[in-house]
Design a binder for this molecule. Structure first.
Ligand SMILES: Nc1ncnc2c1ncn2[C@@H]1O[C@H](COP(=O)(O)OP(=O)(O)OP(=O)(O)O)[C@@H](O)[C@H]1O
Length: 245
């Protein structure tokens, strides 16, 4: 029979609860001596989506960087799949797909070759079929043989997003995925993220898009100067509409 949890043991069990894909507790992040925003706390479960919202420069991308292990927390904790974040672990890298606000390309690989490389590098069995589907869904079919330098900025953004779906994932971390997408592609992205959730993937995204929050998010965190409670999507949409990006 299992002994009842003591306070400390319960706190630890809570911290590593396997039901949470991401858990941030009074997480403080920054680049110098001072944090860029108030501490952030949230839990993200499989099949759910959390949106980080807040004005430009409020610290959303910095929080995402800490969740991805690209920046060490100044204080507080962040765990992914019950473990402290460590992007050097193969299990972490296998589980976490991300799209940040950066363009990183192999200059001599075409659009289709980029997707193929990501899929095969992650051991996807039916790589050809996955690549074909992504080219179609992200409107890149006509650009399959193009080099990244020959793409428009919106097409490059589509390729970055498509790359995140070319590989296995338990957690998707997206920094303003709506950027540079036209309205029909934004709708398609929202539908895709709903399908991801339905298949058990957890989605953590920073966004300024009320429609995306409304369609996809289960909870939101207002990142900023004051420690914010977790918001409902309706509250987050109201905050987005009242605060200019
Ligand atoms: N590499 C860096 N070094 C130092 N300071 C940085 C760095 N990147 C961002 N900052 C600063 O950290 C603060 C938070 O930036 P961050 O990019 O996290 O904001 P954000 O909420 O994602 O903004 P946006 O909505 O404009 O994308 C800003 O004041 C920014 O100037």
């Amino acid at each position: 029979m299992t002994a009842p949890c003591t306070g400390a043991a319960r706190a630890y069990a809570d911290l590593v609860a396997p039901t949470d894909t991401v858990r941030a507790r009074t997480l403080e992040v920054g680049y110098g001596a001072a944090p860029v925003c108030a501490p952030v706390s949230f839990a993200l479960r499989p099949g759910k989506a959390v949106a980080l919202v807040g004005p430009n420069g409020s610290g959303k991308s910095t929080v995402l960087r800490a969740v991805l292990g690209l920046l060490a927390p100044m204080s507080g904790t962040v765990t992914v799949l019950g473990e402290p974040v460590d992007e050097r672990r193969a299990t972490f890298r296998r589980a976490v797909a991300s799209v940040l606000d950066d363009d990183a390309w192999f200059p001599a690989l075409t659009v289709a070759e980029h997707l193929d490389l990501v899929a095969r590098g992650h051991g996807v069995a039916e790589a050809d079929a996955v690549v074909d589907e992504l080219l179609e869904d992200f409107g890149l079919w006509d650009e399959a043989a193009s080099l990244p330098t020959a793409l428009s900025s919106g097409q490059r953004r589509r390729l970055l997003l498509a790359s995140a779906f070319a590989r296995p994932r338990a957690l998707l971390v997206l920094d303003e995925p709506e950027q540079r997408l036209d309205s029909s592609m934004k709708e398609a992205l929202a539908e895709r993220l709903l399908a991801e959730k339905a298949s058990g993937v957890a989605v953590l995204m920073a966004t300024h898009d009320p429609d995306l929050v409304s369609a996809v998010a289960d909870r939101a965190v207002l990142v900023g100067e004051e420690e914010s409670p977790v918001l409902s999507p309706t509250q987050a949409v109201a905050a987005l509409r009242s605060t200019p990006a």
